[in-house]
Write a protein that binds this ligand. Structure first.
Ligand SMILES: Cc1ncc(COP(=O)(O)O)c(C=O)c1O
Length: 281
């Protein structure tokens, strides 16, 4: 059971964790976050996520009100207080209590722990469907709290039986609302978008396990390439590598998760286990 969150460095019972309504996150949707998994009581790929959190803060011109060491300590304090070995952890940095309701002020920092989503195993054994939507996220390299387009499309996505929405713009495929997107070509080459996306940490770890196994191209990916792709998959912290077998009415390859995707799923799991076997430093 999750009992505690942290607000501006103070551990508080979750029912009492709050921010004032003058926060720019509420008034204007101005804020950012990061999200990672806690496994065996340890933040997984901790430094990668903290690096991205710092990068997002710079892009939003927000100053993190704590040192990296203090932030690490606050995160560990929340994990220890909740005593939950397997969980998700969100760091949220907001625009702060704005004097005029528009200009950012001193950011507020909130740390929220949550139970892990449990995806049915059929999503991995059968693969999932994505729904195409023409859109390109603004400030795509920052993990902002703005998910307005994706959330707004939830009814259509559910009606289409899709797991997620795949954003494309001017014929270029970028990413889904909450995951990065990869295809595998007929010759086993793996392709993923290089620019205009959030640099997912799961994408990063996937790119690390590819060399020595497959060829990889990190470059613009076009809509036309979907039709000839033999396999496709998405990557995210909660989903890991999830096979994609259908995009709108385009069947990917044989319509079943492919062997390259399945191999990468296994290699990624090994990478996670390797990380968890390291001494906590
Ligand atoms: C827009 C977007 N792209 C990609 C990702 C995947 O990133 P990660 O692998 O770090 O979870 C996310 C995660 O929420 C996201 O919001």
């Amino acid at each position: 059971m999750i009992k505690y969150y942290s607000v501006n460095g103070e551990l508080v019972p979750k029912e009492e964790a709050s921010l004032n309504v003058s926060d720019l996150a509420i008034l204007r949707g101005y804020g950012m976050f990061d999200f990672f998994l806690v496994k065996k009581g340890q933040p997984l790929f901790f430094d990668d996520y903290l690096d991205r959190f710092e990068r997002s803060a710079k892009l939003l011109n927000l100053e993190i009100p704590f040192s990296r060491e203090a932030l690490r300590e606050q995160i560990m304090q929340v994990i220890r207080a909740n005593g939950m070995q397997e969980a998700g952890l969100k760091l949220v940095l907001t625009g702060g209590y704005s004097g005029d309701g528009y200009a950012p002020a001193k950011p507020n920092l909130v740390i929220v722990q949550s139970p892990l989503p449990n995806y049915p195993s059929t999503k991995y054994t059968d693969g999932v469907k994505l729904m195409l939507h023409e859109y390109h996220r603004s400030l795509p390299t920052a993990k902002s709290i703005n998910y307005i387009v994706g959330i707004n499309l939830l009814p259509q996505m559910r009606a289409a039986g899709a797991e997620d929405v795949l954003f494309y713009f001017n014929e270029k495929i970028y990413e889904t609302t909450r995951a990065n997107f990869f295809i595998v070509k007929n010759d086993d080459t793996i392709v993923t978008a290089g620019e205009g996306i959030l640099a997912g940490i799961t994408r990063k770890k996937t790119l690390e396990i590819i060399p020595g196994n497959y060829r990889v191209e990190v470059r613009d990916l076009t809509l036309g390439e979907l039709k000839t792709a033999r396999e496709a998959f998405i990557t995210s912290s909660t989903k890991n590598i999830m096979p994609v077998v259908l995009v709108d009415d385009i069947t990917i390859g044989s319509g079943k998760p492919g062997k390259v995707t399945q191999h990468l799923m296994q290699l990624l799991e090994e990478k996670v286990q390797q990380y968890l076997a390291q001494p906590v430093g």
